[in-house]
Design a protein around this ligand. Sequence first.
Ligand SMILES: Cc1ncc(COP(=O)(O)O)c(C=O)c1O
Length: 378
Amino acid sequence: MKYRLSSPSLGKKEIGYVNSALKSNWLSFGGKNTKIFEKKFAKFLGIKHVLAVQSGTAALHLALKAVNIKPGDNVIIPNYSCVASISSTTQSSAKPVVVEVENDTLGLDFSLIKNAIKKYNPKALQLVHVYGFPARDSLKIKKYCNKKKITLIEDCSEALGAEINNRKVGTLGDISIFSVRSDKMIGVGEGGVICTNKSGLFNKIQLLAARNAPHRSDNDHFWKKYYHLGEGYNYLMPHLLGSVARAQIERFKKELLYKKIKVGNFYRKLRSKNFRMTQKVIKNTKPVYWLNSIYFYNLGKNKVRKIGHNLMKHGIEVRSGFWPLSDLKKFSSKYVGNRKISRDIFEKTLVLPSNINLNEKDIKLIVKKVEYLIKKIN
Ligand SMILES: Cc1ncc(COP(=O)(O)O)c(C=O)c1O
């Protein structure tokens, strides 16, 4: 593919820190570079506690376990999201309550959340900021969850750096999580991050992520190390990946984020009679344009797929929208709202190349090709 959806940006810094980890002879969790990454991530976000883990999915699972989600508890998730939203819920033996999203931010629709809460009395809600765009009603959702004593888990996997009302996403939830797999805003291969301002909750997260055993390093209590407090997981990030993560967070603000926003702005300058950018930039938000998706006004799903197939054949990598989670047959879920929006977005959108190396000329060429294929197909 000549024009990739996303591609890792790795350089001297990453290589330097990975080399230093190898030389340190420490490859497991808790390595020096991983600890520095966690500190710098916390500073960037403006949050107290940060733990690097092995994936965004693991971070979501940890979050649900740490807040004591019990078998049979209801958890609200959006219909338009990564499968991790629903699988982390069922993995915790909880019941997903799938709520429809808004068609311009693709974030949870607040008016439906109220009904969902009334009907299903959920213990937690996963708020997802899709493709780098903060959900419009994030602050209202936070307030309402506080009022109803529902744990808010903010899933910022796709939105590191995005802001709403001058507040960074990831600072609204009781817990927030990020994915740092290679295609995300920062990437280490496969990895995740989990954050909170609550010290008690963080202690629990740390224990669960490290096999639920107190991590004793002092000589007096060395024999406590293998006393496990209950079921736990082996979810902590190893040092080589923590080293890449350190380099990426150090490069993030001035380089990676800056370039990502530049690509997003190139797409937003273009006008078409045949499609629009799927997501709107709404007042008081700063999106980070993780992915740039277009919505075809007058084409059905078969034509959209044909265009996607043709673009791929010509070296332009695309992806479809998410399958609506309520349409994934192997997951049983309760549903609130009208499935129409997520289905419509899934069928009538294509995500176009969004990697940070694209320039304005590349983007004009990609969009010209899309216009050409629309004409040809009609
Ligand atoms: C919104 C969202 N949540 C969770 C995840 C899961 O993260 P990971 O792939 O690191 O497990 C992803 C993506 O990959 C995602 O897009």
